[in-house]
Design a binder for this molecule. Structure first.
Ligand code: FES
Ligand SMILES: [Fe+2]
Length: 364
């Protein structure tokens, strides 16, 4: 394990960006406790349906707002009222904005009675938070995952892959890593491979045979892009068109939680229950391919320096791109200017579809 400082990424231990923090269905049975960015949070669904994310500890006496099963506040089902949550200890109640809005045994509420509240968005069956060391509004959008609302697709169910003792940097390195496809994934020589850096987005366009995901002799073509440091999406044209997500969120500095999921086109205008086993099987095959990377990451030592050769993809550019999120946003434009544009790799062809920017549709 290595930390942000050891990779020399920037001023902040944890990056700015959108990050997955839960699968939406995890909120069905009440508030949940989560830990990310070396910080404890609670997430719950208010009575309006709105998802709320707050710092976990009550400012009164430090009680964890949801790690409790025995207080009568919890047992009586009175912890969530409207979009507010009551502390299990003395029943102070906090609203979706984090401000205390009721102390049952007092008239005056001190101004300091508040916990921090975070910007969250529920999308495609997951909860995403905006994390920002500078506490500012998002400066880029959560990517579109419109296949979720396209009836032709079998929706995904997340694979919870747990935590890896590895920095998100090493996961991001995969975007530039043309040389691992043949040995790890059983690809054939690539028909094309290129990266493009565009502001907070990095794209990989790739076409090649693939032993796990295409079995009909055709090539697997993928447009894969990170929107910020935590969310990878990939539109794949293999046996079935599909959208994959790999979400990675720092838990501690150098420890990363990872989810994977895949939505698959049913080949029909409207997918039915009958298509679900096919969708699940294709997601399982995709997860198996991802697990090949996962096993490498589980056992490798950190690559603080890469012994990069010209036939490797542009790891160096990827690392510069990634550093924009670990520095004040006032520096982001200058960092982006160092890498923006298409990066080709020696001996690799250009994408024939470079005009079809996958991420232009993403800016919804
Ligand atoms: S510790 Fe939360 S109300 Fe007292
Ligand atoms: Fe890989």
């Amino acid at each position: 394990m290595a930390t942000t400082a050891e990779y020399g990424l920037g001023e902040f231990a944890f990056p700015r960006g959108w990050f997955m923090v839960a699968e939406a269905s995890e909120l069905d049975n009440g508030p949940i406790a989560v830990r990310f960015f070396a910080n404890d949070f609670v997430i719950y669904r208010g009575e309006s349906g709105r998802v709320v994310m707050l710092d976990a500890y009550c400012p009164h006496m430090g009680t964890h707002l949801c790690k409790n099963t025995t207080s009568y506040i919890v047992r009586d089902g009175t912890q969530i009222q409207g979009d507010s949550i009551r502390c299990p200890y003395h029943a102070w109640r906090f609203g979706a904005d984090g401000k205390c809005d009721d102390i049952p045994y007092a008239k005056k509420i001190p101004a300091a009675a508040a916990v921090k509240s975070y910007t969250v968005v529920e999308r495609a069956g997951a909860i995403f938070m905006w994390h920002d060391p500078e506490d500012m509004e998002p400066d880029f959008k959560l990517p579109d995952m419109s296949e979720w609302d396209n009836e032709a697709y079998v929706r995904w169910k997340f694979d919870h892959l747990g935590t890896l003792a590895i920095h998100g940097q090493e996961v991001l390195d995969n975007m530039a890593d043309i040389a691992h496809f043949i040995p790890v994934h059983g690809s054939t020589a690539a028909a094309y491979f290129e990266n493009e850096y565009r502001g907070p987005v990095v794209v990989q366009r790739f076409g090649a045979g693939h032993r796990t995901l295409v079995t009909d002799g055709n090539i697997l073509e993928t447009d894969t892009w990170y929107t910020g440091p935590g969310i990878l999406l990939s539109r794949m044209k293999g046996l079935y068109p599909s959208l994959m997500i790999i979400a990675n969120t720092p838990v501690e500095d150098g420890v990363t939680k990872v989810w994977h999921a895949l939505m698959v086109h049913s080949g029909k205008a409207v997918a039915t229950e009958e298509d679900v086993p096919m969708g699940r099987a294709y997601q399982a095959a995709s997860c198996q391919a991802f697990s090949q990377d996962f096993e490498i990451w589980t056992h490798k030592r950190p690559a603080l320096q890469i012994l990069q050769i010209p036939e490797d993809g542009p790891f160096n550019k990827g690392r510069i791109w990634y550093s924009q999120f670990f520095n004040p946003r006032s520096k982001a434009a200058a960092i982006q200017a160092r890498v923006n544009g298409i990066a080709l790799t020696r001996n690799q062809g250009e994408s024939p579809e470079k005009e079809q920017r996958p991420f232009t549709s993403m800016a919804a």
